[in-house]
Design a protein around this ligand. Structure first.
Ligand code: C5P
Length: 212
């Protein structure tokens, strides 16, 4: 039987009111490239995607989600049948505590939003799953490797893919990037100036070959 992989992609949207949300600049490109590559290799591929403008590759099981809580629900459900989980999504760290039920009117000069922390999906997934290989991403502005290593350990991951937020241009959308792949066995590999398509192949190689 073919192996199954769950990949998350894109941003999440956290509702402020029926017409507004908090989100981030994630394009979803990396996650979709990973899903394409997983399909090419014959894996049963589930793509849990936040809102993006990208067409899902044929053959993928696409689960569309909006908020971090939706993504958490979908990931934990799909994880049960998965051999691999790759969290490439840029999950919003916070959500609005109580989104307004009707459009917020412009009444005052300022508006205060009460934000609460979203659950960390990766940490929870890594704890729950005893069979799946769990991989995460770390987008850092400084001390890339040190911060990625901390995340690898704190979140209980098998593998982490780290990249640096480039100073010139936002990495979200940047197609040529540098990455460092670290794993919990102490392996460390650096890949420079690769397209997300090319790096997706390298990342999947590492994840599929990872020995527990
Ligand atoms: O801690 P940080 O947000 O930098 O970690 C990034 C990694 O954690 C990514 O793989 C992201 O998908 C995942 N993440 C998560 N749940 C969150 C925040 C991030 O699974 N609430």
């Amino acid at each position: 039987m073919s192996q199954a992989i769950v990949i998350t992609a894109g941003p999440t949207r956290e509702k402020i009111d029926p017409v507004r949300f908090i989100s981030n600049y994630s394009t979803g490109i990396f996650g979709y490239e990973l899903a394409k590559e997983a399909l090419r290799r014959g894996l049963k591929t589930v793509l849990v995607s936040g809102p993006t403008g990208i067409k899902a590759p044929a053959g993928v099981k696409l689960v569309r989600v909006e908020s971090a809580l939706d993504m958490r629900r979908a990931v934990l459900k799909e994880l049960k049948r998965a051999d691999y989980l790759v969290m490439a999504a840029a999950v919003s760290d916070w959500r609005v505590k109580t989104p307004a039920l009707s459009k917020i009117k412009r009444a005052n000069k300022t508006l205060t939003l009460h934000l609460v922390e979203n659950p960390d999906i990766l940490t929870e997934a890594a704890k729950l799953s005893n069979k799946a290989i769990v991989a995460g991403f770390a987008l850092e502005t400084e001390d890339v490797e040190r911060n990625a290593l901390l995340k690898l350990r704190n979140k209980g991951l098998d593998i982490i893919i780290a990249n640096k937020l480039s100073s010139k241009k936002d990495i979200f959308g940047d197609n040529i990037i540098d990455i460092i792949i670290l794993d919990r066995l102490g392996n460390r590999h650096i890949y420079r100036r690769g397209s997300k398509k090319k790096l997706a192949k390298i990342i999947l190689d590492k994840i599929l070959r990872f020995n527990i």
